[in-house]
Design a protein around this ligand. Structure first.
Ligand SMILES: NC(=O)c1ccc[n+]([C@@H]2O[C@H](COP(=O)([O-])OP(=O)(O)OC[C@H]3O[C@@H](n4cnc5c(N)ncnc54)[C@H](OP(=O)(O)O)[C@@H]3O)[C@@H](O)[C@H]2O)c1
Length: 315
């Protein structure tokens, strides 16, 4: 099969597109013919060998890619919930060293494969798992959001656009921080107040928020803490150093409480997102599409930033 692969860690220059062995479907796996796959920062971080040690476990050559949507070709003996011919979507186990989704075919654990609800496209569903489930997991840990005031950074990104729309559906008041050109977009998707990060330092805000959802990531905890009311939460999609320590050991007594918004693969999470999509309560923004042959360009575009929503590879 044709696949994107890399044989050493690096930037987009280490990505190749070429022939790789066809995957074999294990007894608890689903073999999928991939039709669309989005590109997430975790994909270029795995290619770079960056971040937590888990992604370092895989063997070269490795196929990157997390999210996917496609058609079931074969199922393992123990798989009951999907059958050949079904339209499915999910997230690969590439973070744990498994094969990724930027390929014509993917054999992956049945636990991460869901049927696509009627009326939703491969492209839309390929843009869901990492962004939407991470945003949902972060918000869920902050309790009832009704009437809560949220400050959201990275609002126009892959996680941020879902966090914004989910928080609005859960009844929160959301102030967003994004680049100037995306202010109109986040307002259209429900943002109550939107500020351009180039002209609005965090010091422009007061201690007015119950939750600081940092989908951008590198914000200093001490700067965020100045904007969070007593008993509030700092949510990070980029848990590093002291933030991890405070989230794991200091949750109950640290002020603000620190929450790690990590990708969480749970049935309830998938069901919540699917229902909101079917009911047209949230929308998926796909800004750019690339062919598999142009995958390196897709990665470069995401790394450069400035593209709202998701970038996908179509096959
Ligand atoms: N822990 C996990 O399981 C998990 C899961 C998903 C994502 N993540 C991490 O979360 C981060 C965001 O992911 P993503 O998919 O949303 O990435 P993304 O699509 O690249 O979005 C990043 C966003 O940050 C914005 N941004 C850039 N500079 C900013 C600033 N100074 N202030 C506020 N916003 C700024 C960008 O806006 P412009 O492009 O307009 O500049 C963009 O909207 C990444 O580091 C990713 O690795 C972690």
């Amino acid at each position: 099969m044709q696949a994107v692969y890399f044989e050493k860690f690096g930037g987009s220059e280490v990505l190749r597109v070429g022939e790789m062995p066809d995957p074999v479907c294990g007894s608890s796996q689903v073999l999928v013919e991939v039709k669309a796959a989005s590109v997430n920062p975790v994909d270029y971080k795995i290619v770079a060998g960056e971040g937590l040690p888990l992604p370092l476990f895989g063997k070269f050559p490795r196929i990157p890619g997390s999210d996917f949507a496609g058609v079931v070709l074969e199922t393992g003996r123990s798989v009951k919930h999907v059958s050949p011919g079904d339209r499915v979507y999910g997230v690969s186990t590439s973070f744990f060293g498994g094969p990724g989704s930027h390929a014509e075919r993917l054999a992956t654990n049945q636990r991460v494969v869901r049927r696509i609800p009627q009326g939703l496209s491969f492209e839309t569903m390929s843009a869901i798992p990492v962004g939407a489930l991470t945003a949902l997991n972060g918000l869920r840990q902050c309790g009832n959001l009704s009437g809560k005031r949220i400050l959201l950074t990275g609002a126009s990104g892959g996680v941020g656009l879902f966090a914004l729309q989910l928080a609005k559906n859960f009844g929160a008041h959301v102030t967003t921080i994004c680049s100037a050109k995306n202010v109109a977009l986040v307002k259209r998707l429900g943002s109550d107040d939107a500020r351009d990060y180039a002209n609005t330092p965090l010091t422009a805000f007061g201690r007015d928020f119950d939750i600081f959802f940092d989908a951008y990531g590198p914000t200093e905890l001490k700067d965020a803490a100045k904007l969070i009311r007593a008993g509030g939460y700092y949510v990070t999609t980029l848990p590093r150093g002291a933030k991890i320590f405070k989230a794991v050991f200091g949750f109950a007594f640290h002020n603000p409480r620190v929450v790690m918004a990590n990708l969480s693969i749970k049935k309830e999470g998938f069901e919540t997102i699917e229902k909101l999509l079917v009911d047209k309560k949230i929308e998926v923004l796909i800004s750019q599409k690339f062919s598999l042959a142009k995958a390196a360009e897709a990665y470069e575009t995401l790394m450069k930033g400035g593209v709202p929503g998701k970038i996908i590879i179509t096959l």
